[in-house]
Design a protein around this ligand. Structure first.
Ligand SMILES: *Cc1c(COP(=O)(O)O)cnc(C)c1O
Length: 353
């Protein structure tokens, strides 16, 4: 990568920002009468001292994540879901009403929503017919106002992984930030790009505890990048973004990664079984190959099938409005019992429609 200068890419107001300093940044031991907390305690039984503010920098959790992903703790940011990390990247790099981002539809909807919230224009380069990236087209579309390119791999909603070489082509030729969203990485056959953040100063990898870790309820998202990018994210975030309950659950999860891996294996077994069963149904026109914890398949009148399925108790996602996904339904892999019930209902409905 030549000619990449992070600081010149950062919005001036952010470069100059002096972060909020909480009382706890200076002293965190002794009789704590500095933060207007309630010293009488919380009304809830807990050993977490919930009457006290959490640690702003989440050092223990970030160290656990870093060890697991083989990067340095200073390269890890923790946020309230990936959504917070996405929003922060907009606020650090994109001047509202001026700058642009580039996305590759069909892809995760949050990039565009976050862009709109931040008054940032969105350019689109569709994935090709195999739902792969078109690096040359992307690089042609890039302007001096383009600050972020979002690449989702494995991609939601198409379920496939994006070729590493194509991502690298964009990374090494684009002078802005390339965000690789790896929400589904632990279900895929390809490894994470997290360790490549050492090599590419413009790479930000997003991960989450919402999918493979089975902790969507605690809202814990992760960004991995150069130490410089992460220090901007830490500077801009709300001081106490990660609460103590979330932090405790997340730290505990990293002590049980064997359980995470076991659940991933079970999901992958079920994915294979469902893929085979769907392929055998005559009315199913296509099942997309999947590197994630969901399957996309096509049936005629998909919207109708979706509605009847929901009425009969199985909620899947209609993705037929996405480019290249006409008549596509997205099915999250469930438990074996849920999956059997779904297949049974689907067959029943397809016979009637
Ligand atoms: C589910 C998902 C996420 C996770 O978002 P959280 O806010 O961390 O729950 C991120 N990116 C993609 C593409 C997803 O599908």
């Amino acid at each position: 990568m030549s000619g990449f200068d992070l600081h010149s890419l950062v919005r001036e107001n952010i470069r100059e920002l002096k972060p909020y300093r909480s009382a706890r940044d200076d002293f965190d031991k002794g009789i704590l009468l500095d933060a207007n907390e309630n010293s009488m305690g919380s009304p809830i039984e807990s050993d977490l001292e919930l009457n006290r503010y959490p640690m702003p920098l989440q050092e223990e959790l970030r160290a656990k994540i870093a060890a697991y992903r083989k990067v340095k703790p200073s390269q890890v940011f923790t946020g309230v879901g990936s959504d917070e990390a996405i929003d922060l990247l907009f606020r650090i790099f994109c001047i509202p009403g001026h700058d642009r981002i580039l996305i590759n539809p069909p892809t995760y909807g949050m990039y565009k929503v976050s862009a709109k919230i931040n008054d940032v224009q969105v350019d689109e380069v569709l994935l090709d017919e195999n739902f792969q990236l078109r690096p040359d087209k992307i690089l042609e579309q890039v302007t001096t106002q383009t600050k972020l390119i979002f690449i989702c791999s494995p991609n939601n909603p198409t379920a496939n992984s994006i070729k590493r070489d194509d991502i690298i082509k964009v990374l090494s030729s684009f002078n802005g930030i390339v965000v690789v969203d790896e929400a589904y990485i632990d279900f895929s056959g390809t490894g994470s790009m997290a360790a490549m953040t050492d090599e590419y100063p413009n790479l930000v990898v997003l991960q989450t505890l919402s999918k493979a870790f089975g902790l969507a309820g605690i809202r814990l998202g992760i960004a991995i990048a150069s130490e410089e990018i992460i220090s901007y994210m830490l500077k801009v975030k709300a001081p106490y973004n990660i609460n103590k309950l979330t932090s405790k659950a997340a730290i505990e999860a990293f002590d049980h990664v064997d359980k995470v891996q076991e659940n991933v294996r079970r999901i992958l077994d079920e994915r294979k079984r469902m893929e085979d069963m769907l392929a055998e149904i005559e009315e199913v026109d296509e099942v997309f190959p999947s590197d994630a914890n969901f399957l996309v398949f096509r049936v005629k009148n998909a919207l109708k099938v979706y509605e009847v399925l929901a009425a009969e108790g199985v909620v899947v996602r209609y993705r037929g409005n996405e480019p290249g996904c006409e008549n596509g339904l997205r099915l999250t892999i469930g438990t074996p019992e849920e999956n059997d019930f779904f297949i049974h209902k689907l067959q029943e409905i397809l016979k009637k429609i």
